[in-house]
Design a protein around this ligand. Structure first.
Ligand code: NHR
Ligand code: GAR
Length: 218
């Protein structure tokens, strides 16, 4: 039988370094990036996609009078690609319930904290201010609850006494670029799914903190 790679659409809002990592890994993985959609024009992530000969689209949320209308237009852009998986990679618009349900079980996000700690924004400074000794990134299935869907994997790093938020961000970004392609490929290989708001790997329910990716890559 002919092999059908997992079709991925990536949503971005900015730099796109996670997109780059996912694209770079795709040649040795079971997925293809079919399209990249940004809610912001002129972001570097769009240039990265163009350089990799991937189709790009821009949908500016400011042209819509409500979140629901933006999300409907976004669906209309995405659905013709018939994606098996939607990947949020630095995508900065909260998605409404209908949108999330339409792609339930096939939408991933990467968030720069060890969820359930520090959902929302400004995570690096908040982790330092809270006196945490560890910080990191989480990949999770997207649910209606913001940054609240089931966690698939954590990549952890130590917070050093001298760390600024930017230093922490830079070190975690390096981990993100290993972690995200790994998880996308797990999904593409049919090993990962979401059932009853739980993340399942190889038919086993993952713990609430998911796979410890730092242990895997030691
Ligand atoms: N949507 C749902 N329903 N569930 C999630 O878990 C989502 C989501 C959309 C995006 C990424 C997320 C993150 O990793 C994400 C997860 C944006 C905001 C936000 O406040 C919060 C979380 C995330 C992304 N956005 C503002 C808004 O009004 C706009 C901020 C801006 O434009 O800079 O949408 O952290
Ligand atoms: C990443 O660090 C990601 O974890 C974070 O934004 C960065 C995007 O970088 N995501 C969020 O904060 C989502 N709210 P990139 O555009 O270079 O991939």
């Amino acid at each position: 039988m002919e092999f059908k790679p997992c079709k991925v659409v990536v949503l971005i809002s900015g730099n796109g370094s996670n997109l780059q990592a996912i694209v770079d890994a795709s040649c040795t993985s079971n997925y293809v990036v079919e399209a990249v959609i940004s809610n912001k024009a002129d972001v570097f992530g769009l240039q990265r996609a163009e350089s990799a000969n991937i189709k790009t689209q821009i949908l500016d949320h400011r042209n819509f009078s409500s979140r629901v209308e933006f999300d409907l237009a976004l669906r209309k852009l995405i659905d013709p690609y018939q994606p098996d998986l939607l990947v949020l990679a630095g995508f900065m618009r909260i998605l409404s319930a209908d949108f999330v349900q339409h792609y339930a079980g096939r939408t991933l996000n990467i968030h720069p904290s060890l969820l359930p700690k520090f959902p929302g924004i400004n995570t690096h400074q908040r982790a330092i201010d809270a006196g945490e000794s560890k910080h990191g990134a989480s990949v999770h299935f997207v649910s209606e609850e913001l940054d609240g869907g089931p966690v698939i994997a954590h990549a952890k790093i130590d917070i050093l006494a001298t760390d600024s938020a930017n230093e922490l961000r830079a070190r975690i970004a390096l981990k993100e670029h290993q972690l995200y392609p790994f998880v996308v490929d797990l999904f593409a290989s049919g090993r990962l799914e979401m059932l009853n708001n739980k993340a399942i790997l190889d038919s086993e329910i993952l713990s609430s903190t998911g796979i410890d990716f730092s242990e895997l890559t030691k």
